[in-house]
Design a protein around this ligand. Structure first.
Ligand SMILES: O=P(O)(O)O[C@H]1O[C@H](CO)[C@@H](O)[C@H]1O
Ligand SMILES: O=c1cc[nH]c(=O)[nH]1
Length: 235
């Protein structure tokens, strides 16, 4: 048990999928895992452990933003001895290359800027684990899962007084999408010697203002969840 997670040692598998939203965690566990059991309900940050293709896998929701994410990731890595973290998140599309509802594989990540606060400075910059990334790209090909791999940006600020203009620099760099946790995921995982990868579905598009509806979200996450679990099963 840790301050934010009631699971006991041994309740989490060595590989944990990390959606931000607890409802997504529950849907992923109930839809894809064999014999899922809930291992955490504290603060409503649902966590589950089950099996996928016979292999133990856990799913833990992490809330919104770096501060919340780092609490769950730290306790998984430090107390539960987790070795592999795969984020199954949502993002805002920044490039016409990625359609609304499309899947983005974060091949590298850039923290947005100093506005995002000190949390990004806690750990050295890092990227995804190369073997997990290669496996995800290869499995996406064999499963026929449409995706784009590339640079993403990460900001701890969702509402910004500059509106879309805040993304001009990132878009000029060719960034595909923005989320609020991927940089922290890669940094804290490297710090603990763990492996990490971030997969993101586009739920709104910064370039044209298109948005998905929350009610369609679960179906939207099918390919991302399958891909994350296929990578987990082989890790
Ligand atoms: O849907 P999740 O995984 O929470 O991810 C995205 O959604 C939240 C903002 O709406 C942030 O956490 C952002 O990173
Ligand atoms: O962080 C996020 C997630 C979804 N959409 C955004 O615009 N930003």
């Amino acid at each position: 048990m840790t301050p934010h997670n009631e699971a006991e040692k041994g309740d989490f598998a060595e590989t944990v999928l990390l959606p931000g939203d607890p409802e997504r965690a529950e849907w992923m566990a109930e839809t894809f895992l064999e014999a899922p059991r809930c291992v955490n309900r504290r603060r409503g940050a649902l966590g589950f452990t089950g099996r996928y293709r016979g292999k133990p896998v856990s799913i833990q929701s992490t809330g919104i933003g770096v501060s919340s994410f780092l609490i769950y990731a730290h306790e998984l890595l430090d107390f539960h001895g987790v070795k592999t973290l795969i984020r199954t998140g949502t993002c805002g599309g920044l490039s016409a290359e990625v359609p609304l509802r499309g899947l983005v594989v974060s091949q590298s990540v850039r923290a947005e800027n100093a506005d995002s606060g000190q949390v990004f400075g806690l750990y050295a910059a890092a990227g995804p684990d190369p073997a997990l990334l290669a496996r995800a790209l290869q499995r996406a090909e064999t499963l026929g899962i449409e995706h784009r791999a590339g640079l993403t940006i990460c900001s701890d600020i969702f509402y910004h007084p500059k509106g879309r203009a805040r993304y001009a620099e990132a878009m000029a760099l060719g960034a595909l999408a923005v989320d609020m946790e991927t940089s922290a995921l890669y940094r804290i995982s490297a710090h603990f010697g763990a492996r990490a990868l971030s997969l993101l579905n586009v739920v709104d598009h910064v370039t044209n203002g298109e948005q998905t509806d929350y009610s369609e979200r679960q179906e939207l996450f099918t390919d991302m969840t399958r891909l994350a679990l296929e990578v987990a099963a082989e890790s």
